[in-house]
Ligand binder design. Sequence first.
Ligand SMILES: NC(=O)c1ccc[n+]([C@@H]2O[C@H](COP(=O)([O-])OP(=O)(O)OC[C@H]3O[C@@H](n4cnc5c(N)ncnc54)[C@H](OP(=O)(O)O)[C@@H]3O)[C@@H](O)[C@H]2O)c1
Length: 403
Amino acid sequence: MNPTEGKNRRPALEAGTQHSPTKTPFYRRLIEEPSGRSEKGDELRGWPSPGIDAADLLAPTRFHWSVPQQKRDCARMKYRRLGKAGIKVSELSLGSWLTFGNQISDDVAESLMIEAYENGVNFFDNAEGYAQGRSELVMGKILNKVGWPRDTWLVSSKVFFGSAPQPQKPNQYGLSRKHVFEACHDAMNRLRVDYLDLYFCHRPDPETPIEETVRAMSDLIAQGKVLYWGTSEWSAQEITQAHAVARQFDLVPPTAEQPHYNMLVRERVEKEYSRIYDELGIGTTTWSPLASGVLTGKYNNGVPKETRLSFQANSWLRDRFTQEQIGKAGRLGEIAADLGISQAVLAVAWCLKNPRVSTVILGASKIAQLKETLTASDAAEKLSPDVLERIEDIVQNKPQIND
Ligand SMILES: NC(=O)c1ccc[n+]([C@@H]2O[C@H](COP(=O)([O-])OP(=O)(O)OC[C@H]3O[C@@H](n4cnc5c(N)ncnc54)[C@H](OP(=O)(O)O)[C@@H]3O)[C@@H](O)[C@H]2O)c1
């Protein structure tokens, strides 16, 4: 099928029309008649049904999200605002790095997305660079097949690394206006959507002025191709600069940062960004909560077959982990056992305890893994201050913040 014909395409608006919900007769009446009754006291036709207070629909600080038809109760999933933005993300989300279009079959990828969605996950993370675009192709095929209402899920892409095979030509990667535009269109086509909910600059690009990138992102938003843009692994200084440029030229600033965050990697999220959360209102979509599986304890006694770090293509990743880190992971097992949860769940729940985290992006190569980590929301309640202190004693890496 032509990707532009996917189920998730929005019907085109007639030329010259603009959709403005607040201008519809329904909303006009909502504003003019918040009681839901006409002057004569009659109930207005088409008014929110009994039990729904019209004032609630207007109140800016309260919201209702429609829970999609679920096979099972997903009331346990919690949703967090993405920084100061109005958009809500499930506190657990699903990513596709090294798995979709790569380590796992498309059938497993589909089962993972369905499992996630049925448990309340509303955000699926992707990037042009994941499996050279194949990850987005697989996700797009699944989104098109399952046909979930477009207003019940968010999808992201990231630009920087390029999707073209190596050696890439000079404009096939980076954050130039040209590559940002072309990568966005390619991602929309592969994902079979007519807009990206979130679009991240996957790394800072020292060869492109920040103003050029901020303007390109802002223009994509103005064109309706992107709803929110963000950064990934940018320093606090670079994010602050992007906001300053946006303010200076009346452009849209980044809404979120996608940082590495887990019990072994904390400095940026807990220290470097500590001031900019409130100053700039950014949210975070954090990655690698299990440190690629190390925090599950599965590598305590060597590298088991068919695991991420066992693959030759990932030897660069394997080399990043030290024996000291693997030793810490081993000792965390005791705490998990005392709480009656797995180490994987302990590691994800620990990330959730940080209120600066908007969503923890999970990765999984098997359904059983995802079923397990999706229970972390409940488990987070077990992480009392005493438990968190025991974890600090083992990891010994709490960033020191000097005010
Ligand atoms: N912005 C960035 O630069 C960036 C970088 C990396 C990732 N990300 C995003 O963040 C997402 C998550 O990162 P990640 O995949 O590195 O997360 P992770 O949670 O650190 O690692 C996920 C891997 O751990 C193993 N695993 C997961 N659950 C398990 C369980 N319950 N028991 C045992 N093993 C388990 C699986 O690998 P095996 O089964 O193969 O061992 C799985 O693929 C990515 O998909 C991507 O969307 C972003």
